[in-house]
Design a protein around this ligand. Structure first.
Ligand code: IPE
Ligand code: IPE
Ligand code: MG
Length: 255
């Protein structure tokens, strides 16, 4: 098989058994730049370019949702220069997206607390939301986690539900897992079947804590800017070979 031997060209892979939803922790931009004696900002630029490449590839493969971790609630701890650089890259990317997303049939959705972002960024997010709403639900969707934290998301959901209970609109004992998921930023999205972490760190860094309960986790030392179509093929092939038991028994064990 090509995916085992690496013989197959990227994009030549069998498209059966693909996940509907892939999540990616886009990590390793800084190290990518450091290895080239470049400033960290160059790594973030290369990382943003790579998001474009991988989103296009996922769309072409027929994956429905790609959710990427772009900026965490903890990333504000970085030097303000670096944070400012990431925000201007985002601005540039969104300005281009407003022009191209209808043509490319790519919907964008933002997960996280975007209310604290600058006015221009917030306006651009409103614009991309409007364009996304006009594109049909059958279009590929990229979800960008921005000022996103898994714990923050869960606390906000709990607060919203508690407020409805206090107002007499909801009963605590009636809350189900499916109901609770509707209070999350990810409301309406299927859980990601596959979570990819480039950059080699064996941790989740506060990403999609609720949604990744049963995701298959693929970690590679490849840094995000180098994570190309062939690297994606490898991750998808690895995913296909997983035995997803969800706490039960595998088909083999049942016999
Ligand atoms: C991920 O790359 C991008 C963000 C967190 C915004 P890093 O900047 O964390 O890159 P490394 O981990 O330092 O290499
Ligand atoms: C996770 O990467 C956040 C993003 C990729 C946006 P970090 O580089 O912030 O994670 P840690 O600090 O290594 O856990
Ligand atoms: Mg990092």
């Amino acid at each position: 098989m090509g995916w085992l031997t690496g013989e197959k060209q990227a994009g030549q892979m069998d498209k059966t058994g693909l996940p509907r939803h892939v999540a990616v922790i886009m990590d390793g931009n800084g190290r990518w730049a450091q290895r080239r004696a470049l400033p960290r900002s160059a790594g973030h630029r290369a990382g943003a370019e790579n998001f474009r490449r991988i989103a296009t590839y996922c769309k072409d493969l027929g994956i429905e949702y790609l959710t990427v971790y772009a900026f965490s609630t903890e990333n504000w701890k970085r030097p303000s220069e670096e944070v400012g650089g990431i925000m201007s890259l985002l601005r540039k990317y969104l300005i281009e997206s407003v022009e191209t997303m209808a043509r490319d049939r790519i919907r964008l959705r933002f997960l996280g607390d975007t209310s604290v972002l600058g006015g221009e960024l917030r306006e651009l997010i409103v614009r991309t939301d409007e364009i996304s709403a006009k594109l049909g639900a059958d279009c590929f969707q990229a979800n960008i986690c921005l000022n996103y934290g898994g714990r923050d998301e869960i606390v906000r959901a709990a607060r919203a539900f508690a407020a409805q209970c206090a107002a007499g609109e909801k009963q605590p004992q009636e809350l189900t897992e499916a109901d609770f998921a509707r209070y999350l930023y990810s409301a309406g999205l299927p859980d990601p079947e596959l979570l990819i972490r480039p950059g080699g760190e064996l941790r989740i860094s506060n990403f999609l804590l609720w949604q990744c309960a049963y995701s298959e986790i693929y970690v590679t030392d490849t840094l995000w800017p180098d994570f190309d179509e062939a690297a994606m093929d490898q991750a998808l092939s690895w995913y296909r070979a997983r035995d997803r038991r969800f706490g039960g028994l595998s088909k083999k064990q049942e016999r």
